[in-house]
Design a protein around this ligand. Structure first.
Ligand code: NDP
Ligand code: 13P
Length: 329
């Protein structure tokens, strides 16, 4: 499929960074991974495992993990930025001087920056000025990807040629990358599906039934489409892997941390100590963006109120069902 081998630097030693490092190593690339946690680094280098984030999964040969960003980034042609969305600005800021000027940056996180309302590709561009920034997104659980199960994602760059090249370099027999130049469309789908997964999980956790779940996800998708359109995304992107595809995955499986977080919320269980759920930070800023732009997004508003404990789930459901009747759009 490809015969070019490059150095891929992965930033972030969590579930997604480790899974993507495995994909790149399976593709024959020279792969280095930066993690701040020495235990994870040793586990990857000595045991080909990252038990903390991907238990019971054997990683590919040849991943060189390090706590030293300079070593990891030296001569990298592709940098996969896999820090959590809200940590991206600070984490990249601390290591920006080590990123080679010609490196192509691929954002792998899903979210909107809580403090500024910026898309994370904008945050990356600000943290690493002068670099081309692309985004990799789509329905892809890290555990599935690390196990080598079949997965398809989208790589977006404002320059289609860049996305095409990255798709060629990162695709493998079980990891198929499509390309697009609709960066905003790809990012907004990935960010908002996490918020809607919180709603879907909460409905399941509260025992509202399969019909309610289908209604919630469908009407949530209508909100996602409205917001994406307002931000300039193309409709076909929203209907694709990074939009509808990832929404379907994340709103249907407790394998999703956002869905699981929502389930705990809906069931009234404790939320402290649960794994990363990006939708928790994205919901309030998405709600703010909608309020500012006059976009009708009652489910996103309800999730935000639920997270802030301004509303119980039963109150949220009553409010959603008793809105004035309207045409379906
Ligand atoms: N997991 C998945 O299935 C997928 C995740 N994603 C996206 O990827 C992004 C990362 O998620 P994921 O890897 O799963 O998250 P995890 O919680 O598994 O891992 C987060 C990693 O980021 C590190 N980290 C956090 N803050 C910093 C910082 N300031 N400096 C350096 N390292 C930092 C953590 O280090 P430490 O261990 O030291 O805390 C940890 O290694 C998210 O936006 C998520 O939506 C996208 C697709 C699939
Ligand atoms: O983005 C993901 C799958 O595409 C992972 O979802 P969670 O972050 O909810 O686990």
């Amino acid at each position: 499929m490809k015969d070019e081998r490059v150095k891929v630097a992965v930033l972030g030693g969590g579930a997604w960074g480790t899974a993507l490092a495995t994909v790149a190593a399976r593709g024959g690339h020279h792969v280095a991974l930066y993690a701040r946690d020495a235990e994870s680094v040793n586990d990857i280098n000595l045991n080909k495992r990252n038990e903390r984030y991907l238990p019971d999964i054997s990683l590919a040969d040849g991943i060189q993990a390090s706590t030293n960003p300079a070593d990891v980034l030296k001569d990298a042609a592709i940098v996969l930025a896999a820090f959590p969305a809200q940590a991206m600005r600070d984490a990249l800021g601390g290591i920006a001087s080590h990123v080679p000027p010609s490196a192509s940056i691929v954002l792998c996180a899903k979210g909107i920056e809580r403090s500024t309302g910026r898309l994370i590709s904008e945050v990356v561009a600000e943290a690493l000025p002068g670099h081309a920034v692309s985004a990799l997104s789509g329905p892809s659980f890290a555990t599935d990807v690390a196990r080598g199960l079949p997965t398809a994602v989208t790589i977006a760059s404002t320059e289609l040629e860049t996305a095409d090249r990255l798709a060629l370099l990162l695709s493998g027999p079980a990891f198929r990358c499509y390309s697009t130049d609709d960066l905003v469309g790809v990012e907004i789908g990935g960010a908002l599906k996490n918020v809607l997964a919180l709603a879907a999980g909460a409905a399941t956790g509260r025992g509202l039934g399969a019909s309610a779940l289908a209604a919630l996800v469908t009407r949530g998708f209508a909100e996602l489409r409205r917001i994406a359109q307002a931000l300039g995304a193309r409709p076909e992107t929203v209907m694709g892997l990074s939009g509808l595809g990832d929404l379907m995955l994340t709103c249907s499986s407790p394998q999703s941390r956002n869905y699981s977080y929502g389930m705990a919320l809906g069931a009234g269980k404790p939320l402290e100590g649960l794994p990363l759920a990006e939708g928790v930070a994205t919901a309030p800023i998405a709600a703010e963006i909608c309020a500012k732009r006059g976009i009708d997004a009652p489910i996103i508003m309800a999730v935000t109120a639920l997270l802030a404990r301004h509303l119980t789930i039963d109150e949220a459901v009553t409010a959603l069902l008793n809105r004035p009747l309207k045409t379906e759009d």
